[in-house]
Design a protein around this ligand. Structure first.
Ligand code: HEM
Length: 115
């Protein structure tokens, strides 16, 4: 079973002596990885005690890097603190709906003006 670790607990580990971070709702202890990180320790320290998912994904880490993650995983966020994929998708869904709505509205206005 996964160890449940809250965001409040992760927040306490943001100093070089102990660096934890959240990536995709899982908690990682990267303290021993700081010096080994090919992207430097600063990029890791920047998101220490926080959610580093965005930073991790922005870089476009390789499959090797993703494989390496497993080594440092110490637990997961409690379900109520997880950022769900569905939530992310629903944002996209609204954006697409809004765009579709704008296009339809455009057509309706155009038609009305042609009358
Ligand atoms: C436990 C978490 C992480 C692991 C295991 C990891 C691993 C790696 C590895 C193996 C590389 C070499 C390139 C590759 O294979 O993709 C790399 C590069 C890099 N990483 Fe990470 N990384 C982690 C977290 C992060 C985070 C949170 C950030 C930024 C907020 C970051 C920023 C970078 C940058 C800037 C590079 C250099 C890319 C380049 O030179 O092209 N990494 N990382």
């Amino acid at each position: 079973m996964d160890q449940i670790i809250t965001l409040e607990e992760v927040k306490k580990h943001r100093r070089k002596s102990s660096v934890w971070m959240v990536i995709h709702n899982d908690v990682y202890d990267v303290t021993s990885f700081l010096e080994e990180h090919p992207g430097g320790e600063d990029s890791l320290l920047e998101v220490a005690g926080k959610d580093g998912t965005q930073g991790f994904e922005d870089v476009g880490h390789s499959d090797d890097a993703r494989e390496l993650l497993k080594k440092y995983k110490i637990g997961s966020l409690p379900p109520q603190q997880k950022t769900s994929f569905i939530q992310d998708c629903s944002k996209l869904k609204w954006a697409v709906l809004a765009l579709a709505g704008a296009i339809v509205l455009g057509f309706v206005i155009k038609k009305a003006m042609n009358k």
